[in-house]
Structure formats: C-alpha cells, structure tokens
Design a protein around this ligand. Structure first.
Ligand SMILES: Nc1ncnc2c1ncn2[C@@H]1O[C@H](COP(=O)(O)OP(=O)(O)O)[C@@H](O)[C@H]1O
Ligand SMILES: [Mg+2]
Length: 239
C-alpha cells in the first residue's frame, strides 16, 4: 500500500462569483517530493496554496494534509504544515533566536534550549553570530532562513512556499535551493509557487504548469532539461 500522501487535492475547486480561480484539481504530493507550481500571475498558484492552508474555503472538493481534511480539522492539519510567504513576518526588534524561540513555542507548546535553537538556525543556514542580531536589519533571504528554522523546530512534514525566491539575488536563491534540498532529504514534502524556471528544475522533483486556474501540464524534473522546461512553459503561455 502507498503511504498517506503529504498533500492531496481531490477535485479541489475555488470560485469567486464568475471567476474560477481553481478548476477541479487532483494532485498528490508524497514525502520527499518538491512540487513547483509555475504559471503567469493570476494562474491560481496562491489559491492552491491558500486552500491547503485553509486560509480560504474551497467551493468544492477536498484538500488533505497527511490525510487530514483541512476544513474538517484545521488545527490538526496545521500541525503538519509550515508556511513561508514571500515576506516572512517576524518581530523586527527581536533577534533571530528570540523570534525562533517565540514562534517555535507558539507552534509546538514546547520550550527549547538555546543550544537546540542555535542548531535549528544553523541548519537553516544562518551563521552563529547572526542568531543574536535583531532581524530588523536582515535581508529577505536571512528572514527566510529564520522562517525555515521555525519550520525545522516545528518538525513540519509539509512546507508551503509562495514565491520564496522572488527578489532574492542569485547567491541567496542558490542557498535557498540548497535548503530545500536539505528539507527534502529530511523527508519533508514541499509545494512551492515560483516564477523561477531555473530553480524549479534545480530544486523541484516535479513541476506543474498552471494557466487560468487549470493545471495544464505536470513533469518530473529528472526527465527534462532546463531548455525543455522553458520551451514547454512558453508553449503553454501562448493563447
Ligand atoms: N479574494 C479574491 N476575490 C476575487 N478573485 C480573486 C481573489 N483572490 C484571487 N482571485 C482571482 O483568482 C485568480 C487566481 O489568483 P491567484 O491564485 O492569486 O494567482 P497566482 O498566485 O497564480 O498569481 C485570479 O484571477 C485572481 O484575480
Ligand atoms: Mg500568487
């Protein structure tokens, strides 16, 4: 028998009046999968992610996280999830480790020792001396590392990321890809919306192209080259 998928959409649908933001979507994401959602603005990427987060209610269909229906058991499903938006919200007057301590305690109801917290930050790619700096002065990439450290502390089985690398310089984006690879090795499942075809091919195990609320193509990244992905993507963007 197959293991319980980390994420599953069953005819998942979202309509806003006349606009169908997401046409019935069936999607299964297993542990170790990094699924990248590609598509133009307005294609339905954020809608898909927000449905799994239960930020919005589906018009039809079901979103499951580790087998848990997110509408029936929002708290239970959130226990498995970590969410990294484009801008990770942190308290700018607190240091990285203080932010982590606060948000990790909030997520797990557990106190963590300084050594453990430092371990999570290091694992997320922050340097030791950065742990005690206020995040007010942090770059976007550094804030995301704190967000990843929170996800690691929480032991999240699933990461949902909405355009995490937009606005990152190439080096920071590369570091981010390495982080994603490490999370995948830990057995997490990742669903990530991105405009970065190169990174999607590099860090994704699968990519899905969305257009006007439809998933129009899905591929395994191992089976295609960078140029293929770009060509397929651009072909789908033609009207
Ligand atoms: N709250 C809302 N009310 C009405 N329409 C919305 C709302 N949120 C999103 N949409 C529409 O749903 C579609 C998909 O949006 P979205 O999922 O944000 O796309 P993406 O993240 O791929 O850019 C768009 O046409 C958008 O205008
Ligand atoms: Mg979006």
């Amino acid at each position: 028998m197959l293991p319980t998928p980390r994420l599953q959409a069953r005819a998942l649908t979202k309509r806003y009046g006349e606009v169908t933001a997401l046409h019935p979507l069936d999607l299964t994401i297993q542990a170790g999968d990094v699924f990248c959602l590609l598509g133009a603005n307005g294609a339905g990427k954020t809608t898909t992610i927000n449905l799994f987060l239960n930020f919005i209610a589906p018009t039809d269909g079901t979103a499951l996280v580790c087998g848990i229906d997110v509408t029936a058991d929002p708290i239970g499903s959130k226990r498995h999830l970590a969410y990294i938006p484009e801008t990770v919200m942190l308290y700018k007057n607190l240091t990285a480790i203080e932010n982590l301590e606060y948000f990790a305690a909030l997520a797990t109801n557990e106190p963590f020792q300084r050594e453990q917290l430092l371990g999570f930050l290091t694992e997320a790619g922050l340097r030791t001396e950065q742990a005690d700096q206020r995040v007010g002065g942090f770059s976007k990439g550094m804030r995301q590392k704190v967000g990843i450290a929170i996800a690691i502390a929480k032991g999240a089985d699933v990461l949902l990321l909405d355009e995490p690398t937009s606005g990152l310089d190439p080096k920071a984006a590369n570091e981010f890809s390495e982080l994603i690879a490490r999370l995948r090795e830990r057995g997490a499942a990742v669903l990530m919306a991105t405009h970065d075809l190169f990174r999607a091919k590099e860090s994704g195990t699968r990519v899905g192209i969305m257009k006007h609320g439809h998933m129009v193509a899905q591929m395994n990244t191992a089976e295609i080259g960078h140029a293929d992905l770009e060509r397929i993507y651009l072909d789908h963007m033609k009207d």
